[in-house]
Each structure stands twice: as C-alpha cells, then as structure tokens.
Design a protein around this ligand. Structure first.
Ligand code: BG6
Length: 484
C-alpha cells in the first residue's frame, strides 16, 4: 500500500480551517484518500498535535456543511500532526524532514501545500530544496501554491524563476479554486459534450459575453491583504480571466492537462493589451462608499473594490465580440454567472409595432448560488397575432442531483493534485500572460488625479459608470440566473 504525506504550511490560518481540512476530511469520509496517509501541519504558532486536532474539528463543525461520521473522524484525527517552525528557518525544515521520515517509515509520496502569505512561497520552496525534500528518490514530490501568484508581471516572473530553480514545472500546482467549482468544470462539458451550442459559439451568432462575480461580503478582516491588492489582482488575474478562457477557448486535443492549458493560454495571447487611453475607454474601477473608513484601510486608499472591464479577443472566433467582465465587493448579493447574449434575428417579418422591443436569446451559466443553466428564448403570446414574450428553460443542479450534490471546490483540487492531474491548475506561462493583460489596467488606475475611482453605494450593483460602459455600445448588463 502506498504512503502519502500532505504537509500544509500555514495550517493555523483561515484557509486551512475553513477549506483545506474540511475538504481533506470529506475526501477521507468518501474513501477517496487511498493508502496510508498523514497530514502534517507546519506554522509559526506553538500548537501541540492535540490543539491542531481540536481546531481542525471545530473548523469542520463550523464550515463544512456536511454530516460528520464520528468514527471516521477518530481515524482521521490520528493522522494529524503539527510542527511549529518559521518558514525562513532551515533548521525547522530539517526537523520537518526527520518527522516525515519517522512517520512514513520507508518510501512515500509527498505533497507540500503552501497556504501561507505569498511572501513566504520562495523561502519555503528554497528550504525544502536545501533539506533534500524535493528529491524524488522515494516517491513523487509536488507543491501546491495558493494565490496570489505575484502582484504584477515582474514579480510573477521572478517567483516563477526562483521556484523553477528548485522544482520542475510539472511538480508545481498553482491553485485557482474557481477551477475546482463543479459549475466551472461544467463549462467545457456544456460546450464540448453537446452539439447544439458549439456551432453558434462564435462571432456570427454571439453579440457579447458577460461574466459577473458579485460578492455581498466586504473585507472580512482581510484589510491588510486586500488594501494592497484590490479587485483586479484578487479576482480578475485568476478567477475571472480563467472563466473567460473557458468560454472562449478552442476544443482541446484531449482532456490531458497540457492540452487544456495550451488552449487557455492561446486565448490570453489573443486578448488585446490596452494602451492607457484604451484602459480609460474600456474599464471602470470603483470603490464602495465607506471603504476608506474600514479598519486597516489607509485613509487615502486608491484600492479598487469593483471593476468592470471590456476585453477583446483578437482571433477568428471572437473578433468584434465584447467580453464584459465585472466583479465587486459589498454588492447587492453573491452571484456568479456567465451570460452569452446572442444576436437579434437578422430580419423579423412579424407584424409588430415599429417601436417593438425584441429581446435576443441568452444562455446563462449559473455558477453560484442556485447552480444551473438558463436558456431564454422568444415565444408567441397566446391569443395575439404575433406578440412575443421571453421565456426561460431552466436546469437546476438541485432538482436533478438533489441538495448538497455539489462538493467543495477544494476537494476536487486536492484530489487532482494527489492524482497528479494538473488540468485545473495554472501553468507558469498562463500566470504571466494574465499579468501582461492586467498590468496596464492596474497602473493606469493607480493615478488617482487622472482617474478617480467611481464611488458606489454598498448593496448596489456597482457604479453607474459601469452601466454606461455597456450603454455606449447599445448593450446592458443582463441577469440571466435567479429571480429577476
Ligand atoms: C478569493 C478572493 O480568491 O475568492 C476573495 O481572495 C473572494 O476576496 C473569494 O471573496 C470568492 O470566492 P467564492 O468561492 O466565495 O466565490
């Protein structure tokens, strides 16, 4: 039976408590973690194994949202171990190496999960390298790296350069939890496991694509991180550009990681890189009223908490089709969706009044909440000559697969990393290309005198300027999912 050790750096943090441990335990409950395994937490606090177990269980009870089998829990908690140490301290890594050898007692695979602030990524990887823990004599070695991966192109390049001195690219799993979401994985299934969508999935039939990731929450005690980052780095560099790539990419040659990642990279290569003039024309960055008064936010902060950006994909499939992406904090609700708006029919021969407002078809991929797909089309109103009304064909996961059928994104991602499937992880070239696209947008908006952020009300849909961005082109934001 194989032995696997999962080392989590930064296990005392929020991510481990809310997501990683609950995901690992659920995989264990579902019998998806095969063979012998151990989970070793490494962080600065002077916890004991017992304290880790207690905090892990509290996290599961509070955040997991699934029933806990107590017998399974007792088995699982025996696999939890804790080491206190500093990420920059090579001696602590010697201690780690010795602890792992004792636990494993022979050959074993190891996965190192970096759930720490990004400033420690390089130190940890260098120390793993120095203490011989990346060598694959007795099993494979993989490293999962949390976001953010750099803060701009230069820092991402440096980070890639530094870690690739120690690791091979195929040992690195840069995580983006959106790719682990069930509904995000379904984008490729909807497109390529059906024949009805793909023939119309192009500039001939599609008028525009809208991607919204709206959040009701604000800073959630993360001001120290968020105020240095803002929405473009926090949400667009990873989640939103990944969603756009999945909508826009060509069918990959196979399901293999690099075939999928090649196609996503091609999309980013075709995205137009903006001049400062274009940035002003095609993007609106905003800040919610009251942001500067939040604890931990600097009083002159120019950090955007909202962005709406129009992207162009300069290739044969998408030439001339705007991709409107928006995301923000403190909005009216939590809602992530992708709306494909089709063109209006080229000719209407129905006897309709001249000012008749015809609605074009939309296909909406509802990522969260109320996961599903909606297709809106026109139908004749009964007992009229030719009046039309938009109706909605709806598919809801809950109705088909039952409540709680959708697993937490981290379950899938952790399992894939253990299985060595990197399809849902980011390759180095992709992380750099995303910064190439966003750097000009971030830097142009940093100039507060020339480009003041648009202020929006908490609980709204964002600044009016974002509506005008679409109106200028005869379009409007559409809500394709939920009750509207
Ligand atoms: C994270 C961001 O990556 O995604 C957070 O850092 C954001 O700011 C979160 O709140 C949103 O994720 P989800 O899964 O709740 O949509």
């Amino acid at each position: 039976m194989s032995t696997t050790t999962i080392v989590i750096f930064g296990i005392s943090g929020d991510l481990a408590r809310r997501k990683l441990i609950p995901a690992l335990f659920n995989l264990f409950q579902k019998d998806r973690l095969e063979g012998n395994f151990n989970i070793v937490g490494f962080a600065g606090r002077s916890w004991t194994d017992q304290e880790l177990k207690k905090i892990a269980r509290e996290g599961i009870d509070k955040f997991a949202g699934y029933p806990v089998d107590n017998e399974k829990w007792r088995e699982f908690e025996n696999k939890l171990h804790y080491i206190s140490g500093k990420f920059q301290d090579e001696n602590a890594f010697v201690l780690l190496a010795n602890t792992l050898e004792n636990l494993e007692n022979g050959s074993a695979n190891r996965i190192f999960y970096l759930a720490t602030p990004p400033g420690f990524f390089t130190d940890i990887i260098v120390n793993l390298g120095k203490t011989g823990q990346i060598e694959e004599e007795n099993g494979w070695r993989r490293v999962v790296i949390e976001k953010p991966f750099g803060t701009d192109l230069e820092s991402a390049k440096k980070l890639n350069h530094d870690i690739l001195k120690v690791l091979r690219e195929d040992q690195i799993y840069r995580i983006d939890h959106y790719l682990g979401k069930e509904t995000v994985q379904n984008i490729l299934i909807a497109r390529f496991a059906n024949t009805i969508f793909e023939p119309v999935w192009n500039r001939n039939y599609i008028s525009n694509v809208q991607i919204t990731v709206a959040e009701k929450v604000g800073l959630e005690h993360r001001a120290g991180y968020y105020d240095t980052v803002g929405v473009v780095r926090d949400m667009f560099q990873n989640h939103l550009l990944q969603l756009m790539s999945l909508v826009a990419m060509e069918p990959p040659a196979s399901h293999k990681a690099n075939d999928q990642r090649d196609e996503k990279v091609k999309v980013l290569k075709a995205v137009r890189k903006f001049t400062p003039e274009e940035v002003r024309k095609y993007s609106v960055l905003g800040q919610y009223r009251g942001y500067k008064e939040e604890d931990g936010v600097s009083e002159n902060s120019q950090t955007p908490t909202y962005a709406a950006i129009q992207f162009f994909i300069d290739n044969w499939r998408w030439q001339g089709v705007p991709f409107y992406l928006r995301s923000g904090k403190m909005l009216t609700g939590k809602m992530s969706e992708i709306v494909i708006q089709f063109k209006c029919p080229p000719h209407l021969m129905f006897p309709l009044p001249e000012d008749y407002k015809f609605t074009s078809n939309t296909l909406s991929l509802c990522l969260q909440p109320d996961e599903g797909i909606h297709l809106k089309f026109e139908t004749k109103v009964p007992d009229t000559i030719a009046e039309t009304k938009s109706v909605d064909l709806e598919y809801h996961y809950e109705n088909v697969f039952g409540q709680n059928s959708i697993p937490e994104a981290y379950e899938r991602l952790l399992l894939d990393a253990l299985l060595g499937d990197a399809a849902l992880f980011t390759r180095s070239d992709r992380s750099e290309l995303a910064w190439e696209i966003l750097d000009p947008i971030i830097s142009t908006w940093q100039n507060a005198d020339e480009n003041p952020l648009a202020i929006y009300e908490q609980g709204s849909w964002g600044p009016e300027e974002a509506d005008r961005l679409l109106q200028k082109q005869g379009n409007a934001w559409i809500r394709g999912c939920g009750n509207h």
